[in-house]
Design a protein around this ligand. Structure first.
Ligand code: ARG
Length: 566
């Protein structure tokens, strides 16, 4: 298969050649091409002349002029203009745009990234015996999208569900299980029952603190390998996992590995030894702590308590050590809410002190709130994922029934639309800010929603059903302004994907897809498609086909399915 390059990179190569000739190879390295945000400035531009004015001790407009005058003839650039303090604005040739559109979906995209190292992404990671809440929804959905996007860019990505399957909750659960379990409830809805008895434990132990000692003893027994407690622990994991898997299946989420916290429990001792050996950790009132340089402003991290117990930090260090040895790691990505920022700062800083050479990224997100009062009686964070998905589906069913009461596939459709809407409602917002979940917008047929994108996709499928043509010829000729605008939007898909990848922000991709759908729909309303003939008909259908292709591919990168009919 041939690879198609990003347009930015194609232009970069052309300009680098000119610049190398003029100013030498070493001065061509800092040449970057950007999309413009206003078509009067061309399609792309570079600020090379401006950032090099000081280096060359020349007026930037003069540098720009020299570059423009020496540009070799090529098949890509129609014209260049010098603007403002020294921007070079680049206008693409129509034939180049046409060919680029034609190659969409046929050729693999070369994103020009070094993809030789693996990426491990740590996401979802719920805590065993507790229902998944909205925070885990965000981690799951954002993590899955980032995984898909990086895979598309070409990386080998390993998705790890770092389950919270080890910790003090198990001692308490074992005590509660033996005393207060309602068998019938447990069979019907195990996680709910485990949650109930856990709350029961908290209540009872507040009155009777002796229970805490008993729980501690049970935890110790579990950690020492007591057979009965291990069996119970295993059971808690199994019943929880089978509940989580129902949700993952429903949301088409797949992980490659499930190394939970328990996997690292016998690997933490070695980390402590290493930290001591390298004088990174020091004793502090019986405990072991790591102190950071003052200018880093990172508070002290506890890595071992005075009773010998390890901590969350210790476990994440053991986890990084494991990953860097097991994989050919290029980078580690963690997706959690923003309350864990300090935790990861500390862990990453210690990793650097240990001299472990891995890139690390904490991809954090804000809280999610609900705008329409549906869930307002309860705090956002305790909303169960299952309830949210069910609620979304009910709402979609109502809308679909109203639109088409006789639709036979209504249930299946409603499920796909609802899952898409919940994911998109999350992914389309800037992940670092607080998210307000607004049902009206989320389920709207004409706002920035997955419903609108799915609807646009289905509309194109219906055009093809009506067109009744088996094969389009590989012939595209752009004549109207609306066609050209749509074509210019289509060719920017790879760059939008890369922007989303580099910033770990799926909303940069949703913004692009929304823009594409809007551009398509204005093309659709201004341009006769099925009423046109010959090359016009062929060209317009090609634009339809490519739009549908990118909508489908783009939604797939967000973990959202399309429908042929809505
Ligand atoms: N289980 C944790 C929680 O629910 C998230 C774990 C994130 N991953 C990690 N390697 N620390 O808050």
């Amino acid at each position: 298969m041939i690879n198609i390059k990003l347009i930015e990179n194609i232009l970069q190569e052309i300009l680098v050649e000119t610049v190398s000739k003029l100013y030498g190879k070493e001065n061509a390295e800092k040449l970057f091409i950007q999309e413009t945000n206003n078509p009067t400035f061309g399609d792309y531009q570079t600020n090379y002349a401006m950032i090099n004015a000081k280096v060359f001790k020349k007026n930037p407009r003069l540098i720009a002029q020299e570059i423009v005058d020496n540009l070799e003839k090529n098949d890509v650039i129609e014209k260049v203009e010098i603007a403002g303090p020294g921007f070079i604005n680049i206008f693409l040739k129509k034939s180049f745009i046409e060919n680029y559109v034609l190659s969409t979906g046929k050729e693999k995209i070369d994103f020009n990234r070094d993809i030789s190292g693996d990426i491990v992404i740590d996401y979802s990671s719920p805590n065993i015996a507790k229902p998944m809440h909205i925070g885990h929804l965000r981690s799951t959905v954002i993590g899955d999208a980032i995984k898909r996007i990086y895979t598309f860019v070409g990386y080998n990505v390993i998705g790890d569900n770092h389950l919270g399957d080890w910790g003090t909750q198990f001692g308490k659960l074992i005590v509660a299980y033996e005393r207060w379990l309602d068998k019938e409830n447990y069979e019907k809805n195990p996680i709910n029952e485990l949650e109930r008895i856990y709350v029961e434990f908290e209540k009872k132990s507040a009155e009777n603190p002796e229970l805490l000692d008993i729980a501690r003893a049970e935890l110790k027994k579990l950690q020492d390998g007591d057979e009965k407690n291990r069996k119970l622990w295993k059971e808690f994991i199994d019943v929880s996992m089978s509940e989580y898997n129902k949700i993952y299946d429903r949301m088409y989420i797949k992980f490659d590995t499930y190394y939970g916290e328990s996997f690292y429990h016998d690997k933490m001792g070695k980390i402590i030894e290493l930290l001591k050996e390298k004088n990174i950790a020091e004793k502090d009132q019986g405990a072991l702590v790591v102190k950071f340089p003052e200018e880093s402003h990172i508070p002290v991290a506890l890595v071992q308590k005075s009773d010998g117990a390890f901590l969350y930090t210790t476990s994440d260090l053991a986890c990084i050590d494991f990953r860097r040895k097991k994989y050919n790691v290029d980078r580690l990505i963690y997706v959690t809410d923003d309350r864990q920022q300090l935790h990861f700062k500390q862990v990453f800083a210690i990793t650097d002190m240990l001299g472990w050479d891995v890139k690390k990224e904490h991809v954090y997100f804000g809280l999610m709130r609900f705008a329409d009062g549906v869930f307002s009686t309860r705090k956002g964070n305790v909303i169960k994922l299952q309830d949210l998905l069910d609620r979304a589906k009910e709402k979609v069913l109502d809308i679909l029934k109203e639109r088409n009461p006789n639709d036979e596939n209504i249930d299946e459709k409603a499920e796909i639309i609802a899952i898409g809407a919940v994911k998109y409602g999350d992914l389309s917002q800037n992940r670092t800010s607080e998210v307000i979940f607004d049902w009206n917008k989320t389920l709207s047929f004409n706002a920035n929603s997955s419903v609108y994108l799915q609807y646009t996709y289905a509309r194109i499928q219906s055009i093809f059903r009506k067109a009744n043509i088996d094969k389009l010829s590989n012939n595209l000729s752009l004549t109207t302004e609306a066609e050209e605008k749509l074509a210019k939007t289509l060719i920017k898909f790879p760059e939008a994907v890369l922007r989303a990848a580099d910033a770990y922000k799926p909303n940069l991709l949703t913004d692009y897809l929304f823009d594409l759908a809007q551009t398509f729909n204005s093309f659709y309303s201004s341009t006769p498609i099925l009423k046109s003939t010959d090359i016009e008909l062929n060209s317009r259908l090609i634009l339809c086909e490519k739009t549908a292709h990118i909508l489908k591919e783009g939604l797939n990168l967000l973990g959202i399915k399309v429908l042929n009919e809505m």
